[in-house]
Design a protein around this ligand. Structure first.
Ligand code: PMP
Length: 410
């Protein structure tokens, strides 16, 4: 499945489709090409395949009535749009205030900015140095006008897992809806919409080895959302448009596999992650791990190397056939330093040295060894021509030995 030419530590940018998923999808492109709205047998077959996918995705996150609570979209961006705009516009007569965090994915950030332009008030609560949202700030920002809280389950850059069950207790008690962006968490760590009092949950298929271009949205029964697409009324009117059965079936299969493989995959990827991080901290002077030491995803690590531009390292490693990312896979094209790293208190120079590693079940132990054999030399070469490194004493500050100690707690 993985081509031998390259070593990938940037799976967050895109996963290959699992062969079992691909196999499950295949017949729905050809002989089982029916439209679920058709009354004859071909349509019934498509309807059943769709319902089965809903059940599989629903089971992954503990939905009680998957056939009424799971919707399929074109991806996590659309799910976030439907969740936030759909809930806000439908419920605006109850209030116009939305609470979110400063480290949400760029899609959520841009949607909430759009809502601000359309008359909503948005509070973005801060995070601590690990990227954990400040619960007291969240509690303090609730007003009589607050209708919706939107917090990600885990952060896609740092890997930090947010205290969603605590948030869920607060929102449930205050009768405020809770939307959670579960894109990088669902299928990687246990997520249960009932236990956590989640009303709306964004999910992504590709992040669990399903096809790209399909996402999911859990909407708890009784939570009302305005559709953002007007059309033929498919998916109970919430998401019009002829259903994409092959993708939906693929997402369903991926969800089934993720549920079964989660314990083994998580042990495997976290083992590789810890080896890589420990190796880097040992081999590369002035490198630092970010994110929460223990409450973190098994497959993401953000390590910062002082004194060089992350992009230069990405390019140098590419020459060696090794893929890594400088941070958010979704925003790295802009070269803008990450808002997440700014939120945890890193200055611009520090942010520029951020490297993100995301692992998958396809990585091998040898991948880590190869990276560790190449990286120190790359860093040295780049530092030799770096003005920041030359004047490092003037620049170096914050997050030093304290973090290396915390890393031991992994
Ligand atoms: N939310 C989070 C947390 C993400 O990491 C991403 C990107 N993978 C998205 C939403 C948007 O996903 P997509 O680009 O697949 O719509």
């Amino acid at each position: 499945m993985d081509t031998p030419r390259h070593i990938n530590f940037d799976y967050a940018a895109g996963y290959p489709v699992d062969p079992e998923v691909f196999k499950a999808m295949a017949p729905y492109f050809t002989e089982r090409y029916g439209n679920p709205s058709s009354l004859y047998a071909l349509g019934v077959e498509a309807r059943e395949a769709f319902a089965e996918a809903q059940i599989r995705v629903g089971e992954l996150v503990g939905a009680e009535s998957p056939e009424r609570e799971i919707f399929f979209t074109s991806g996590a961006t659309e799910s976030n749009n439907l969740a936030l705009k759909g809930y806000a516009f439908r419920n605006r007569r109850k209030g116009n205030h939305i609470i979110t965090s400063s480290i949400e994915h760029i899609s959520t950030i841009n949607i909430t900015k759009y809502l601000e332009r359309n008359g909503f008030a948005v509070t973005r609560i801060p995070v601590d140095k690990y990227g954990v949202i400040k619960i007291d700030a969240l509690k303090a920002s609730i007003t009589d006008e607050t209708i919706l809280v939107s917090i990600m389950y885990a952060n896609n850059e740092l890997g930090t897992v947010e205290p969603i069950s605590e948030v869920g207790k607060i929102t449930r008690e205050k009768k405020i809806a809770l939307h959670v962006d579960g894109t990088v968490a669902v299928g990687k760590i246990p997520v249960d919409v009932v236990d956590d009092n989640i009303d709306i949950l964004t999910m992504s298929s590709n992040d669990i080895y399903g096809p790209k271009g399909v996402g999911g949205l859990y909407v708890r029964l009784g939570t009302v959302i305005e559709p953002i697409l007007q059309g033929g009324g498919q998916q109970r009117g919430l998401r019009s448009g002829t259903e994409d059965i092959p993708s939906t079936v693929g997402f369903g299969k991926a969800a089934e596999l993720a549920k079964r493989r989660m314990p083994d995959d998580s042990k495997y990827t976290s083992g590789l992650r810890d080896r890589l991080v420990k190796g880097m901290l040992n081999e590369v002077e002035d490198s630092y791990i970010h994110g929460h030491p223990t409450k973190r995803l098994p497959d993401i690590a953000l390590v910062r190397v002082f004194g060089i531009e992350g992009e230069a390292i990405v390019t140098e490693l590419d020459r060696e056939g090794i893929y890594i990312s400088t941070g958010s896979a979704c925003a790295s094209k802009t070269l803008a330093p990450s808002h997440v790293l700014e939120s945890i208190g890193l200055n611009e120079i520090q942010r520029h040295g951020a490297l993100q590693f995301s692992f998958s079940r396809l990585n091998r132990e040898g991948d880590v060894d190869k990276l560790l054999s190449v990286l120190p030399g790359v860093v040295k070469r780049l530092r030799d021509i770096s003005p920041v490194w030359k004047f490092k004493d003037r620049f170096l500050e914050m997050y030093t030995s304290e973090e290396e100690e915390e890393f031991e707690q992994f």
